[in-house]
Design a binder for this molecule. Structure first.
Ligand SMILES: NC(=O)C1=CN([C@@H]2O[C@H](COP(=O)(O)OP(=O)(O)OC[C@H]3O[C@@H](n4cnc5c(N)ncnc54)[C@H](OP(=O)(O)O)[C@@H]3O)[C@@H](O)[C@H]2O)[C@@H](O)CC1
Length: 236
């Protein structure tokens, strides 16, 4: 099913306004992407593939309920927005992980997963669309690792967060000469210029409807995704 013309959109544990998004799973390429599209407006659902997380979910009572009930849809399991946030609270609370540690792991996992399925010799041009929160940080990390894996990443990061963690991630990409593109610089049809899209716009902190101040940016992407050739997008 992975024809040469197919492109990929990688969504990092995200609730996104785009209808074409779901979280990357290493097993997902075995199944037709279209069977895994979800209506994200009704709530966050991010499929996961990690056995460790699955085990964590299934041991956590209520947290595991939704994930388990959806686990039999193909080989993907799912988390609700609340479940994802609860796992993060546990990782950062009793288990003592730091944000930058988890962000590095998230970005590296995505980059590794992409490399496992889409070889850089065939799918070289990657666009990471990064939002203002930690999900955007995951995308910045993924772009850096993809560069080291032999891809040509581009980053669109229009609403930057003035925190040292994020400015460090930007500096690291700039030191590798990874191009940062503004929304205006992006082509209308993303599928012509990019082989892989990493959607790192929103994670579990997305709430309500898109705010006016962000509408122009996010509407632009909505428009572009809608106009991508249907067959050209492998959605992750
Ligand atoms: N420990 C962790 O937390 C880790 C988290 N990780 C990853 O981060 C994700 C969670 O990150 P997060 O909590 O920073 O939030 P995220 O969803 O990226 O964005 C929030 C931003 O979006 C904005 N925004 C919200 N709603 C909006 C709307 N309707 N329209 C427009 N804007 C809206 C909101 O704006 P605000 O409401 O503050 O004005 C804020 O700026 C999580 O899913 C995982 O992928 C990993 O890195 C590992 C460590």
């Amino acid at each position: 099913m992975l024809g040469k013309s197919r492109r990929m959109i990688c969504s990092l544990l995200t609730q996104t306004p785009l209808h074409l998004a779901y979280y990357w799973s290493s097993s997902i390429y075995k199944t037709k992407p279209s069977t895994h599209l979800h209506n994200f407006s009704s709530g966050f659902l991010g499929p996961i593939s990690s056995p460790a997380i699955r085990a964590f979910c299934s041991k956590s009572g209520e947290v595991g309920g939704m994930a388990s009930s959806l686990q039999n849809q193909g080989s993907i399991s799912y988390l609700t927005q609340r479940e994802a946030a609860e796992i993060d609270e546990t990782l950062m609370g009793p288990l003592g992980f730091s944000v930058d540690q988890l962000m590095e792991l998230a970005g590296l996992s995505v980059a590794t997963s992409i490399a496992e399925v889409y070889k850089p010799s065939e799918y070289n041009r990657v666009l990471a669309i990064c939002g203002p929160g930690n999900n955007g940080g995951d995308g910045l990390v993924a772009a850096r690792h993809l560069y080291h894996f032999g891809y040509k990443p581009f980053v669109c990061y229009p609403k930057r967060t003035p925190k040292p963690l994020y400015s460090g991630l930007v500096t690291q990409l700039e030191s590798l000469s990874v191009p940062f593109l503004s929304v205006d610089e992006l082509p209308v049809d993303l599928s012509k210029d990019f082989d892989i899209l990493v959607d790192a716009m929103f994670g579990f902190s997305f709430h309500g409807k898109l705010l006016d101040t962000h509408t122009i940016f996010y509407n632009s992407f909505n428009f572009m995704f809608m106009h991508m050739r249907r067959d050209a997008a492998t959605i992750l």
